[in-house]
Design a binder for this molecule. Structure first.
Ligand code: SF4
Length: 613
């Protein structure tokens, strides 16, 4: 017995057929789960150069071996594909209940391939897997889709779906399950191109464990510790909103599209201000923290708006980034993004880009459908979110992402596109926290805040502003994140509660695979996953030239940012060398043959030689 079901569903939408396949045991041992097994499948099955929105692209959804067990905060699901926003690998992790119920139904994952000739959804229950007509669902927002599917299949049905943005191929469309999101870099658009509106699961469970008693013993210890953990309690009380005020003080919280680091009135969107309109917590299956903060606006323009959020990233993207301190508009815009199924980070960053172009006269009201894009104008922001999600006129351009939009606009607009590899920067100012700058530059999916977290720099334990001796720390942070995403454990440090040995003990008790008992073996899986993602990108033509930061970060001194005022990133090249050396990559950012062999990736060597010429 094992917590792995050992099976996945392969859906071919072109032929409208599904089949159940075994996952090779060797892959479970070498890639563990989630992001690791997802990347392994994608590398194996996708030819280089595939157009991301074509039937040839695939979406891999994969659970981890601890998912759906009683361990805390480990029941999320990884989404892996080739991104229509960046052309690079896409990895993301979605919370909620969907993944756990997929496991209860007897599957560890789903591979979606092909393209349906008309809209479909997939229903999974004890009677099998059915690909069904979705004509009634197409065009509905994500909440309406959940409602319809629950009316049809029962209240306990677990749903994951795309919204109108995914249907209309907005390049940063996402997948939504209840109030949780996943799929930054456009997984929603890939599913939309395949005309797959939703997944609905009704499952029976329960899951079997290799050593249920052993598992229970370790898990009990972990849970006891979690009950009184101050970090966990803070996450439960405020979610990540508690980061805003502290980060703004030290210049990490970018303002006006990264032009400066101080937001007048930031306390109006700080943790206490948002807590004052909180109605309840919500979150993922098997998590005692439930970091999601459900908030409701009463009074004013946005009276009645409800959202599970915004989190720190969205407080920034639709708030600080636009010099917007109206908390009602933040709730309303966050909710609208979720209903439409668009990523709030890329949406807010793209809107900030448009505001700066307007500030500089590069675009005018003639280009913006008559909207006045002045900083702080939240009414215009709401309209733009709607236009992006529905891919209408000016919103259609912004829904392409800042890189493509800048290319179309011309007139020097690319200088104001805050993106790396085509993915919009998140809520971390690289000039104020240089290690995070290195993560954003080197992340294989583009400028993601979920690709490695330099915790000691963020907390101030390590100097944020020096630009030497950081490559090894960042290599370790990216490896650690990759390991977490294979397990799959929540990335918010205090909420899982286990140390690396306890994690290993839980993995062995759940699966029976003795190899997992060594924490170093598990960490190596993270390194292998990270390396294979880089190899995927090398096959697509990526190398050192793509590991960079926007020109602004390298040349323009940061304004009004507390201790980070006047900072630029001067030594990105030196940091890249350190980072590559630490991971065993060449100075071109390509994994060396020796490193590939050390990681058991010998079978990739031929590819890398061919594509890195
Ligand atoms: S802390 Fe939040 S994101 Fe993490 S597992 Fe719990 S509810 Fe999900």
């Amino acid at each position: 017995m094992s917590s792995y079901n050992g099976k996945l569903i392969r859906l071919n939408l072109t032929s409208r057929k599904s089949q159940v396949e075994d996952i090779p045991e060797q892959w479970m041992k070498e890639y563990l789960g989630g992001r690791g097994i997802g990347v392994r499948y994608l590398y194996e099955e996708l030819k280089p150069g595939v157009e991301p929105l074509s039937p040839d692209n695939k979406v891999i959804m994969m659970m981890g071996p601890l998912g759906a067990t009683t361990a805390m905060s480990v029941s999320r699901i990884a989404l892996v594909t080739k991104s229509p926003l960046t052309g690079a690998i896409a990895k993301s992790v979605m919370g909620g209940n969907f993944g756990a119920f997929l496991k209860f139904a007897g599957f560890d994952g789903i591979i979606v391939e092909g393209e349906a000739d008309k809209p479909v959804y997939v229903h999974i229950d004890k009677d099998g897997i059915k690909i069904l007509d979705a004509a009634e669902l197409w065009g509905l927002d994500t909440q309406q889709t959940h409602q319809k599917l629950r009316q049809k299949h029962g209240k306990s049905t677990q749903v994951a779906c795309i919204g109108p943005a995914g249907e209309k191929l907005v390049r940063y469309a996402i997948l939504i399950s209840d109030l949780r999101c996943g799929g930054r870099t456009g997984v929603g658009a890939v599913l939309g191109a395949k005309k797959l509106k939703a997944f609905a699961v009704n499952s029976a469970g329960p899951l079997k464990l290799h050593d249920a008693e052993g598992f229970k013993k370790v898990n009990k210890e972990v849970i006891e510790g979690l009950k009184t953990s101050p970090g966990r309690i803070k996450m439960s009380d405020f979610g990540t909103s508690y980061l805003t005020l502290g980060f703004e003080k030290v210049g990490i919280f970018p303002v006006k599209n990264f032009q400066e680091g101080h937001l007048e009135g930031v306390e109006k969107i700080g943790d206490e201000a948002l807590a004052s309109i909180k109605t309840k917590n919500d979150g993922c299956y098997g998590c005692m923290t439930k970091c999601g903060q459900v908030r409701k606006v009463t009074g004013g323009t946005y009276d009645g708006a409800v959202s599970e959020g915004p989190d720190y990233e969205t407080i920034w993207s639709l708030g600080g980034n636009l010099a917007n301190t109206d908390k009602g508009s933040l709730i309303a815009a966050d909710s609208l993004c979720d209903k439409l199924g668009i990523d709030t980070v890329s949406a807010g960053n793209s809107i900030g880009f448009a505001y700066e172009l307007y500030q500089r006269g590069i675009i005018t009201k003639k280009d913006t459908d008559g909207l006045e894009l002045n900083w702080g104008n939240h009414a215009a922001m709401m309209k733009l979110v709607d236009k992006i999600g529905n891919r209408e006129s000016f919103g259609k351009l912004l829904g392409e992402g800042t890189k493509r939009a800048a290319e179309q606009i011309g007139k020097g607009a690319e200088d104001y596109a805050m993106q790396v590899k085509g993915l919009e920067l998140p809520a971390y100012e690289p000039r104020a926290v240089k290690g995070y700058g290195l993560v954003l530059a080197t992340s294989n999916i583009g400028a993601s805040h979920m690709y490695g977290r330099p915790r000691d720099e963020l907390s101030g334990k390590k100097d944020r502003l020096t630009e030497v001796d950081k490559g090894k720390d960042i290599a370790d942070a990216e490896t650690s994140q990759a390991t977490q995403d294979t397990v799959i454990q929540c990335s918010f440090g205090p909420v899982t509660g286990f140390n690396s040995q306890q994690r290993s003990d839980l993995l062995v008790a759940a699966t029976g695979f003795k190899e997992f008992g060594d924490p170093a073996y598990v960490e190596k899986i993270g390194e292998r996953t990270l390396c294979l993602e880089r190899c995927f990108n090398v096959r697509e033509g990526f190398n050192r030239k793509d590991d960079t930061l926007p020109k602004r970060m390298r040349t323009e001194p940061l304004k009004d940012a507390g201790p980070a005022t006047r900072q630029t990133v001067k030594n990105l090249d030196g940091l890249l060398d350190e980072f590559y050396d630490a991971l065993g990559y060449t100075r071109q950012g390509i994994p060396s043959e020796a490193k590939l062999k050390e990681l058991g990736l010998d079978w990739v060597v031929k590819d890398i030689k061919k594509f890195s010429k």
